[in-house]
Unconditional design. Structure first.
Length: 557
């Protein structure tokens, strides 16, 4: 952990920053399989937007290894510039970024020509382990929270040769008496760094604080704003309060378009407006970008010159406060007197929902059996295993849940739960078996399909889990609550698991395991393909047709 103090805020050079006009941009996580694909959009609609802003790890080597769109992005840099918006950069929290991490950040930004680096003011990771769903912990809007963020921002900026644009955080609960815009204005005043206003994050604060949408705007230094973000989200009600949940896969709300239209003329130094359209189908993303293009024309504007400021880097004021907010956010600690209990519960509910969604990718049955209710989920996030994950003693969220579940099963044995857990741990081992592609006239297992055997028959348990999810979700739409007591049916089915050899087929689909039961004849056909492709003429036509329709096999080309 770096504890640099007393150095200049920029550290690398005191030359002025020259920021080019970037115009209208589209965000991306650089995964070719995730819509919308930015470069295909531009092929279909030239001029639809001007730049790509992408999220990726600080390390350029790690980004190259995992971001499937990185080669295409670099090929297009001459025509489509980029802005780097990292997702692992702490601007709040109990620990500073290491010198190595910041060197990687600067090297990454320099390699792609990012004119500035923008990041939400929040605690994103602990020891390199991101919080589930990259759902950061925002600072309290207090003087102490401001001091913490100042220390982080100046520490990061000291390692950069370009400005760090500070983005207002999304909030649920009101923690502190400062308006979020006053907090951001104070952060700029103490650091001299430019600002990035996320319109949805601003809406989240206004709703949580029960304020009009433009409350707090007067006196804010909008001339320091160089970028605006707009994205989708959902507004929900709890009692007489409303809360905004930032979710980029959702459509952009009318309130955000109205706020954006009113913000644009207030920001004379604006260099970019980014539509964070992660997950939107291309045709839907086009509609939003066309609407935004009316406000952000493609014409270039003169460069903007910013002067860096010398400022000493202060020490972190209170390294225990972020951990208190961690425990509060994940339900391990009750709200204190004077806190916002309703807002805190909404925040915890959202964090628990993200944890459940992450766990369901690997443990869809075990999670329902052992953490199917809010209180059971909260027992996991309040556990030692979960906390250790963020104190350098765990490998992943899945491993933390696995350790938690095994400890609970040792204390209270349950054969059905144990069988489900063992099965879901076993599934990834099937994917380690290499599959040879079929040649012309041959049929082989699909690239994402495998056949396995297990010593316990879980066919009824898996069916019950899928059927209950569908049934309870459907009822929730009608009665406005999830009847988790219905999970008792799953517990009963788990008690009926039979210990006998069981064969099944499985596909890896959209990051999840899809287990398929099948008649013996179809499983026999699939088992013949485990050792390698076979001539199509040698396979029974009926079984082959069913295997093709299920996506379990493929023909050679």
């Amino acid at each position: 952990m770096s504890e640099t103090t007393g150095s200049g805020a920029r550290g690398r050079s005191q030359e002025a920053w020259t920021l080019p006009w970037r115009g209208l941009g589209l965000s991306s996580n650089l995964n070719a399989s995730d819509p919308p694909h930015p470069y295909r959009l531009l092929e279909d609609a030239p001029g639809l937007f001007d730049f790509v802003e992408y999220s990726a790890p600080l390390s350029l080597e790690e980004t190259k290894a995992h971001a499937t769109l990185y080669p295409e992005m670099t090929r297009n840099l001459g025509q489509v510039p980029v802005l780097f918006h990292p997702v692992h950069l702490n601007l709040y929290g109990p620990e500073r970024e290491t010198a190595q991490a910041l060197a990687e950040l600067e090297a990454h930004a320099q390699a792609v020509g990012s004119a500035w680096v923008g990041n939400d003011v929040g605690w994103w990771h602990s020891g390199g382990q991101p919080f589930p769903g990259y759902l950061y912990i925002p600072p309290p809007l207090t003087q102490e929270g401001l001091e913490d963020c100042v220390a982080h921002a100046l520490h990061v900026q000291a390692a950069l040769g370009r400005p760090l644009a500070l983005e207002n955080p999304a909030v649920f609960a009101r923690r502190g008496d400062m308006h979020v815009l006053d907090f951001m204005a104070g952060l700029h005043a103490r650091t001299g760094l430019p600002l990035l206003i996320d319109v949805g994050h601003l809406l989240s604060y206004q709703l949580s604080a029960r304020l009009p949408l433009e409350a707090g705007w007067d006196g804010f230094p909008f001339e320091q704003v160089i970028e605006l973000h707009v994205a989708g989200g959902v507004v929900t009600r709890r009692g007489d309060r409303r809360f905004y949940v930032d979710d980029h896969t959702q459509p952009v709300r009318d309130e955000l378009f109205a706020m954006l239209e009113n913000l644009l003329p207030r920001c004379p130094s604006l260099r970019a407006v980014t539509f964070e359209g992660d997950g939107h189908p291309p045709e839907v993303a086009q509609l939003t970008l066309h609407r935004l293009r009316k406000w952000i024309p493609a014409q270039a504007r003169p460069p903007l010159s910013l002067s860096p400021r010398e400022a000493p880097i202060p020490p972190l004021p209170n390294e225990s406060k972020p951990w208190e907010l961690f425990e509060l956010g994940y339900g391990a600690r009750p709200p204190e007197p004077g806190d916002d209990p309703e807002g805190s519960r909404v925040e915890t509910d959202f964090r628990l929902a993200v944890v459940a969604e992450q766990l369901d990718r690997s443990f869809p049955v075990t999670r329902l059996l052992m953490a199917g209710t809010r209180e059971e989920l909260r027992a996991f996030t309040a556990s030692l295993e979960f906390r250790e994950l963020y104190q350098g003693q765990g490998r992943s969220l899945d491993h933390a849940f696995l350790a938690f579940a095994r400890r609970r099963l040792r204390a209270q044995p349950d054969e059905g739960c144990s069988a489900a857990l063992s099965f879901e741990v076993f599934l990834p081992t099937l994917a380690q078996r290499p599959l040879a592609p079929p040649g012309p006239g041959e049929v082989g297992l699909a690239a994402d399909a495998w056949v396995g055997a297990f010593p316990a028959d879980l066919s009824e348990l898996l069916y019950t889990a899928r059927a209950l999810r569908r049934h309870l979700t459907g009822r929730a739409w009608a009665c406005e609550r999830l009847e988790v007591s219905g999970l008792e049916s799953l517990a009963q089915t788990a008690q009926r698991v039979v210990l006998r050899p069981w064969r099944f087929a499985v596909r890896r689909k959209a990051g999840r395991w899809e287990v398929q039961t099948a008649p013996a004849s179809l499983l026999g056909l699939l088992r013949t393909l485990i050792s390698g492709p076979a001539p199509e003429a040698s396979l029974p036509a009926a079984g082959l047709a069913e295997a093709l329709s299920r996506g379990l096999v493929r023909r050679g080309v």
